[in-house]
Structures are given as structure tokens and as C-alpha cells.
Design a binder for this molecule. Sequence first.
Ligand code: IPE
Ligand code: IPE
Ligand code: MG
Ligand code: MG
Ligand code: MG
Length: 327
Amino acid sequence: MAGPRRRRSPAATGEALTGDLAAEQPPTDGGGRQWLDARRRRIEAALDAALPAESHWPPTIHRAVRYSLFAGGKRIRPLLVLGAGEAVGGTDDALLPLACAVEMIHTYSLIHDDLPAMDNDDLRRGKPTSHKVFGEAIAILAGDALLTHAFHLLVDVERGAPDERLSRRLRAAAVLSTAAGTSGLIGGQVADLEAEGRHDVTLADLERLHRAKTGALLGACVVGGGVLGGAGEDDLARLARFGDAIGLAFQVVDDILDATEGAAQLGKTAGKDAAAGKATYVRLLGLDGARQTAARLLDDAQAAIAPLGERGALLRGLAGLIVDRRA
Ligand code: IPE
Ligand code: IPE
Ligand code: MG
Ligand code: MG
Ligand code: MG
């Protein structure tokens, strides 16, 4: 079974982009599919250009970094950066440093999340996890390398760049570091581990945990994209509300998929949340309750950017994809 599948208009469900993130479909949607394909290609090329070659000394770390980064992620976060930034008039050249930085931070968080000391997973993005291939020490260092490189990308502004570009980059770096830090991703991962095996976790606890471990980084993609794209404060507030809703929805759907899909579809171990005693929306609300929550959050997200009108069409499509995805 897939995630929530309430019938909605094509734009609201993301069918304007594609019904399946991994599927190759002909462009029958008035432009969404072409946008997605073109932006994905640009993201892949920018990530490749941003990193040292595998042969660069010492080759082990560069092989490990590239192994995980190019293992086949969906690139949802960089697409959100581009979708938000373009909605407010930004160019891809201005947005790609952040798009690459968030994908690097996300990939580092997955490498560390899979370590034996954390979720102890063997499979990620359809391949053996980093520590299975390179050993724990190199996997830890590959995560460290990606985190460090992400911030290098953001602050590596060419000499003589206009003040406006410098200040936008610095603001985006501040947004991203807050999201990745102890009140965001790291704090959420701590709370996730501490909630394991506990049955006194309330819905409020779980919402806070999920907003931190996953929602914060997705929110930073949307707000950071808006910052680099030159959004005014009104649009930034709309993007922030959109990011809060879709960020939480993303992890609710991840909980649903863990309980409903197999490893071949997910590219990662299935059914592991229940086996590890994780606190999830499925455990607290059941599958139907979790699906209703995701659908409600999608409505909230779409409502937040309704004032953007046509400018928000691609973001609306991405939100639909996030909630309707099957992997
Ligand atoms: C998985 O994220 C980890 C979570 C935060 C739930 P994704 O589902 O975006 O994983 P990739 O990047 O496509 O591998
Ligand atoms: C991962 O959450 C969140 C981060 C990596 C920050 P999960 O542990 O649920 O992610 P998966 O299911 O292993 O991808
Ligand atoms: Mg985890
Ligand atoms: Mg995990
Ligand atoms: Mg999960």
C-alpha cells in the first residue's frame, strides 16, 4: 500500500509533476515533468562539480562520500530549494549552492542514522550502507566531510561579489545551520533514540521530535530558497508555514512507508520502526490516523502558499509528491 491517496486535483496531488518519483513518464502535464527532469539533471551536475574526484588524496574518503551521495536519492530537498527560490524570482545559479548543501547535509545524516550505534541499517538507497562497505570509521568521516563541505559551498562566494549576494548567502547559512543543529536535526535524532522502546511518548512529543529530526531541514530548504531567491518578508512567512507543514508531513509519510512498503520499493530496510520500538505516527495513530494527518498537513501546506498563485504551482506539485510518494 502506498501513502495517503485521497483524490485531489492534479495540481494538489503532485500529478502535475509525476505520480511516481522514480518513474520515467512522458511529459503530458504541461511542463511539470520537464521541470523536474531538468532540475534533477542540474542538481546532479552541480553536486558532481562541487566535490573532489574519487582519485583526490586520500581517495578512500572521496570514494565514500561519492558512494552515498550518488547512490540514488530522490533529491526532494534540493528540488524544494529550487521550487521555493524560483517561486520568488530567484535564478538556479543563485539557488544551487544551497540545493547542493542541503543534499550533502541530508546524505551525511543518513550515513550516520544507519550506523550500528544509531538505527543499525544495512541497506540505503538500494545499496549496502556506508559502514558496511567502508567500515564505521570511514562512514563517520564521510558524514563529517559532507557536513563540512555543505557549509563551504554556502560561504564560498567569489571575490568582489555584490553585498546583496553575500548577505543572502550568510542568511541562508544561518537558516541551514539552525535546522541542522541541536534544536533541529541533531536534537530530533537524540529525541528519536531516547524515545526508542518507550510507551509513554505522547503525540505532542512525537510531533516535536519529527519536526526537529526531519521537518527542520525541509523547512530550511524552502525558507533558504526564498532567502537566496530574494523573497520579501511576506512571501518568506508563507514559505515558512508551507515548510513547517510539508516538513512534518514528510516524516509522517516516511513512518507510513516503513510500515506498508517492502525493501525493494524503499531501497532501505522495511518494517524496522516496529522492530526497533521507534515512536512513529503509525504506532500512535494507526495507519488511517497517520494518513489523515499527512493529508491534513498537505492541505495546510497548500493553503499557506495559495497567495503565491501561479508562482507557487511547482511547490504545490512538490508537496503533492511528498505526500503521495511510495519511496
Ligand atoms: C529519508 O529521506 C530520511 C528521512 C528524513 C525520512 P528521503 O526519503 O528523502 O531519502 P532519499 O534522499 O530519497 O534517499
Ligand atoms: C531519519 O529518520 C532522520 C534523519 C536522518 C535525520 P529515519 O531513521 O526514520 O530515516 P530512515 O527511515 O532510516 O530513512
Ligand atoms: Mg533514525
Ligand atoms: Mg533510520
Ligand atoms: Mg524512517
